[in-house]
Design a protein around this ligand. Structure first.
Ligand SMILES: NC(=O)c1ccc[n+]([C@@H]2O[C@H](COP(=O)([O-])OP(=O)(O)OC[C@H]3O[C@@H](n4cnc5c(N)ncnc54)[C@H](OP(=O)(O)O)[C@@H]3O)[C@@H](O)[C@H]2O)c1
Length: 266
């Protein structure tokens, strides 16, 4: 092994990376880790104040260099176009796209209306399709990579979160299909599929503090490793898939779920 190869996994040095959902949870944790690993960052989220806080934390690990902020609602087509234009105008290139923006909505076939279905699909699937489509020409130039944040809900079926499960199955299939389409151009496309990770997503979907505490308690049974996961555990896997340590990995939907995908609980 040539000297330096041993450090491939821990470096994203110089990789221009656009991260969505960077104002909270998994996307925010990924932004901070990528900053530590030397990536040059562009961050999207809607909540500008939160995005600025994350950017400040990133700058602490990047010699004071702040990430480029490209805030806005990704269900808006003009925002998606503007986001890609601004990133490329600023950095002149794009190496990595991390699609982490997403929402969870509670409800099944009897209780979840079409407005909920549209709301979930628009951000979790349609905006990912659109943003990825506009980033692909730039990723081809750099032989870059894409990491989508899917979910164990894409691989396994759960009652009461129907639109969400469908949206993540779509992302799993999107990942594999686009991986095959772009393989000849040396662009790698992978997903991470987290189990329950402690973020805002469940409370935003409507769980109150008490329900959320019970939900996390139940994770001791629903996850083989006996606990929910932490943002950092997902961020490290995203960094691995985006890094030169994963140059022969594409089309993978990688569970980061404490073994939940392998369980058949009754
Ligand atoms: N936490 C888990 O247990 C878990 C498990 C499996 C998969 N996931 C997936 O992980 C991803 C991140 O979720 P999280 O847990 O980190 O949740 P989170 O803390 O609620 O963060 C969600 C992020 O998505 C952004 N977002 C939502 N709607 C948006 C829109 N229309 N336009 C632009 N940005 C939008 C939010 O931005 P603002 O806050 O600025 O609006 C926020 O930055 C999601 O795709 C989720 O499905 C989470």
């Amino acid at each position: 092994m040539a000297s330096g190869d041993a450090y491939k996994v821990s470096s994203l040095k110089g990789k221009v990376t656009l991260i969505t959902g960077a104002s909270s949870g998994i996307g925010a944790g990924t932004a901070v880790l990528f900053a530590k690993l030397g990536a040059a960052l562009a961050l999207n989220g809607r909540d500008v104040e939160s995005l600025k806080k994350v950017a400040k934390e990133c700058a602490e690990y990047a010699g004071g260099t702040e990430p480029l902020l490209v805030p806005g609602d990704l269900t808006d087509e003009d925002t998606v176009r503007r986001t890609v234009e601004e990133v490329v105008a600023h950095f002149g290139r794009l190496d990595v796209l991390v699609n982490s923006a997403g929402i969870l909505a509670l409800g099944g076939i009897e209780t979840s209306d079409l407005a909920t279905y549209d709301r979930v699909m628009n951000i979790n699937v349609r905006s990912v399709y659109h943003l990825t489509q506009l980033c692909v020409p730039h990723l081809i130039k750099t032989k870059g990579s894409i990491v989508n944040v899917s979910s164990v809900n894409g691989q396994r079926s759960f009652p009461g979160v129907l639109a969400y499960c469908m949206s993540k199955s779509a992302i799993d299939q999107f990942t594999r299909c686009v991986a095959l389409e772009l393989a000849s151009k040396q662009v790698r496309v992978n997903s991470v599929c987290p189990g329950v990770i402690v973020t805002e997503v469940h409370k935003r979907a409507g769980l109150n503090e008490e329900q959320y505490a019970k939900f996390l308690e139940k994770c001791k049974q629903t996850h083989a490793l006996g606990r929910p996961g932490e943002v950092d555990e997902v961020a490290h896997s995203i960094a691995f898939l985006a890094s030169d340590a994963a140059t022969f990995i594409t089309g993978v939907n990688l569970p980061i779920d404490g073994g939940r995908h392998a369980m058949c609980p009754r």
